[in-house]
Design a protein around this ligand. Structure first.
Ligand SMILES: [Zn+2]
Length: 277
């Protein structure tokens, strides 16, 4: 597959929040310096080599192949290993510095997710790398920097949530179809597998509508709604972008950046409405 220009896939709302945060925090604390990032990357790799298992083509051929296929989308200029660790949680994470990184995936995920769903997860993690999300470590900044207002802190969490939508788009680019992306989200949110995909789609759609209605009708400032309404929104963002991203992957003419920005704006407005609470 040809190298794709990934940057325009970044969620516009994420970009806007990042720009505002940079201006508020100043460049000195808004992004991690190169030396610190390299140190962290090395320390993490050391602990992964010590405590996790590195996935090679020899050990897990199919998984390794799926991982490589995702990497190939970026044209071969990214290098990073995949590690697996025993855990019952459906989780994965990554730390990247420039084009170097390591991905860690939990064993439960490899056991219970299909290969296409795992590809979505790989793509999602690699999305965090290409968009350089590790350069802006929210928890690290909040724990160390003083004089950060609650508004700014709040905006950092909004940015972190928005960055998940950018990463999901790369996930979709890697797995190449909406269904495994959605079932991967569903398994992560519910912990359940073996449910018919049509039921999953209906459930997500209804929950999204319910959430939208809730936001429209709200008349007070409950803080609980702020905490984690992301799954239905991530689903909606994927559903809206799916045709375009699949067309982009196939290099077809069906893709237009103009249409894509409209979709972007639609998702941004629902998040903005939530964030304004
Ligand atoms: Zn993520």
């Amino acid at each position: 597959m040809l190298k794709k220009d990934i940057e325009p896939l970044r969620f516009g709302y994420e970009e806007n929040l990042f720009r505002v945060l940079r201006a508020q925090l100043g460049p000195a604390i808004s992004a991690m310096g190169n030396d610190k990032a390299r140190l962290l990357l090395n320390a993490r790799r050391e602990s992964l080599l010590g405590d996790a298992v590195r996935v090679t083509a020899d050990l897990l051929p199919q998984i390794h192949e799926a991982y490589q296929a995702c990497l190939d989308i970026f044209g071969g200029d990214m290098s990073g290993d995949l590690f697996i660790q025993q855990s019952t949680e459906y989780n994965a994470n990554v730390f990247g510095h420039g084009k170097t990184f390591d991905v860690l995936i939990h064993s439960a995920l490899l056991k219970d997710f299909t290969l296409d769903e795992v590809s979505f997860v790989f793509g999602h993690e690699l999305g965090h790398v290409v968009f350089e999300h590790s350069r802006f470590p929210v928890h690290d900044i909040l724990s160390k920097a003083e004089n950060i207002s609650t508004d700014t802190a709040d905006m950092m969490f909004r940015w972190a949530r928005a960055s998940e939508i950018s990463a999901d788009r790369v996930g979709l680019l890697c797995c190449g179809q909406l269904t495994p992306a959605v079932t991967a989200l569903f398994k992560t949110a519910s912990g359940l597998s073996g449910i018919d995909v049509e039921r999953i789609l209906r459930s997500f759609r209804m929950q999204y509508e319910e959430l939208e209605k809730q936001i429209r009708e709200r008349n007070d400032r409950f803080t609980w709604i702020r905490s984690h309404p992301m799954m239905p929104i991530r689903f909606k963002a994927l559903e809206l972008a799916a045709l375009d991203i699949v067309a982009l992957r196939q290099g077809s003419r069906g893709f237009s950046w103009k249409g894509f920005r409209t979709i972007d704006q639609q998702i941004a407005s629902i998040l903005e409405a939530l964030d304004a609470l």
